[in-house]
Design a protein around this ligand. Sequence first.
Ligand SMILES: [Ca+2]
Length: 137
Amino acid sequence: MTYKQGNDQVMRVPGEFTFEVRAIDVAGNVDPTAASHTFTVDFTGPGVSLDSGPEGTVATSSVTFEFSSPNPGEVDHYSCTLVPTKPSGPRTEDNNCMSPKAYNGLQDGEYLFIVTAFDAASNSGEARRSFTVDTTP
Ligand SMILES: [Ca+2]
């Protein structure tokens, strides 16, 4: 939640808030039933860590990554991206991936894998891993 205090001080306060609107008429009669709305303010990403996957140079064209969040209840979804970095090529994006995430038929070269965890408020945290595929004896 962002609100102004005085003229210019802006505070961002995470937490759960209840907003109530109560009508008062010109005679000063107060509406006995306030309209109420509760919402949660959240600025913190859920975090994600890579639990397994290729490291360094691997002699296989199929790789699998396993990942998890230290705050699994916070995770709305994961996004997985594989970027060929050398030679560079089109990235493969999966905006709703699950662990384990497998890639098959990779050409020899260098890659960057990025997994991002999002919470329901679109806060995110990511983990990345570079690796090299070399299947040439
Ligand atoms: Ca959060």
